[in-house]
Design a binder for this molecule. Sequence first.
Ligand code: MN3
Length: 211
Amino acid sequence: MAFSLPALPYAYDALAPAIDEETMRLHHGIHHAGYTNKLNKAIMGTAYEGQKVDTLLKQLDSLPGNIQADVQNFGGGYANHCLFWQIMGPDEGGTPDGVFADVIHDRFDGFDDFKKEFQRLAATLFGAGWTWLVVDPQLELQVYSLPNQDSPLSLGDVPILCVDVWEHAYYKQYGPNRAEYLSNWWDVVRWSEVSRLYECAKRDLSDLAGV
Ligand code: MN3
């Protein structure tokens, strides 16, 4: 089974004004589609055909040299954008609630401090890459940036929130003003989904550790 470009779970103009329609069309229809096609080309006819992208990214270090870089770049590009579309939505934003809100609060001295730190990392990432909120194998939340399309899965962490700071994600609409893009992006973060992914990540990591 080849990888396919997932349909957006909302209309192309649904995230405006935070992310406008033209940016979403290019980002999904050209960039994400491009990663999907290149990943398929890299994997097709190899022993890794049919594996899930998460499985490939988790075992990146042990992949043969001729497909390792392709999985890192195109597999990462494929998976990262799938998550990105999923954790956004129209009329979202605000703050998380329930158990996840408490976890964020305890880990980062409050939601505002979490936002500040996450946005600082995203604003200062040099060049192209993503900023991540992940659950690590000790089930702790961590925030960090990674270059290019590198995935936290390849480090043993499970990503639950991400922001794309490649120029293709914002330049058409915001020009070089990445900080403004980031400030507006919070308005479309779908905290209910991030919270659900947190619970899934905890469960999967606990199963893995046999606890
Ligand atoms: Mn992108």
